[in-house]
Design a binder for this molecule. Structure first.
Ligand code: APR
Length: 242
């Protein structure tokens, strides 16, 4: 398959499923999970902060880290890649589905609605007592930990941590969409974290086309229909507007 075949496949597809990872937010200046470990945080491994065990032992430290990432995300804006995906949703309507591994909330801010956030969202918190979800206060007013607006309980970051399960409904919806997709787009993900990375194979197994957009080769590349070696925004522009 070449670029013009890929463009036609996307244009003609009635069902399109998209998976995004940290790469789509790189052009908004959001550091990837591992790149975020700079300065004071460089002495921690991600697993030391993003785990139930870390939170149980050091809740203030874990919240301080997430509060910093929250401030970074709120200071950023969605980029052309997020916006092109919101446009693709408007073009495909009911046939469109987006699953993201990102927790930055930028797809929703760009206008995506048929969206599941497989790994949670760092602009919200979840009550440890009653599971209620609240948006965090504006960054300037935010002093962690947040307190539940419904029951007054302590809230935790609304993130799927290492060793935790993905939200079942979100994963099922993603799996259904990738199984039914005529075309799947895999954008800005290294494809090493499962089960999200396995979604591409659900499309391939049903005879669908899977197109990757990533400046670098990934573990998924050899198995996919076509790979565009571009950034997310340039790759999407080439596919959608060519
Ligand atoms: N456009 C598209 N892709 C890009 C860009 C860009 N401008 N810049 C970098 N990339 C690609 C990189 O080549 C890499 O393949 O984005 C990918 C980012 O990979 P990871 O940092 O591994 O991010 P991701 O795949 O989203 O990680 C999955 O792992 O760390 C956990 O839970 C965390 O959700 C995360 C999951």
């Amino acid at each position: 398959m070449n670029l013009s075949d890929a463009r036609l496949a996307l244009r003609d597809a009635r069902r399109v499923a998209v998976l995004t990872g940290a790469g789509i937010s790189a052009e908004s200046g959001i550091p990837t999970f591992r790149d975020a470990q700079t300065g004071h945080w460089a002495r921690f491994k991600p697993e030391d902060l993003a785990s139930p065990d870390a939170y149980y032992r050091y809740p203030a430290l874990v919240w301080e880290w997430y509060a910093g990432r929250y401030r970074d995300v709120m200071a950023a804006t969605p980029n052309a890649g997020h916006e092109l995906l919101a446009r693709l949703e408007r073009e495909k309507g009911d046939g469109y589905f987006l699953a993201t591994q990102n927790v930055d909330g930028l797809h929703a801010r760009a206008g995506s609605e048929r969206l599941v956030e497989l790994h949670g969202n760092l602009t919200t918190a979840r009550c440890e007592v009653c599971a209620h979800i609240d948006a965090l206060p504006a960054p300037a007013d935010f002093v962690p930990p947040p307190v539940c607006s419904r029951c007054g309980g302590r809230m935790r970051p609304n993130i799927v941590w290492f060793s935790e399960f993905l939200p079942e409904q979100a994963l099922e919806a993603a799996s259904d969409a990738f199984t039914a997709a005529d075309v799947a787009l895999i954008i800005g993900t290294s494809g090493v974290v499962y089960p999200a990375a396995g979604l591409a194979f659900e499309t391939l197994e049903r005879g669908g086309t899977v197109i990757e957009i990533n400046p670098d080769e990934t573990d998924l590349t050899p198995r996919l229909s076509f790979s565009l070696r571009e950034t997310a925004s340039r790759g999407l522009a080439a596919l959608m507007d060519g």
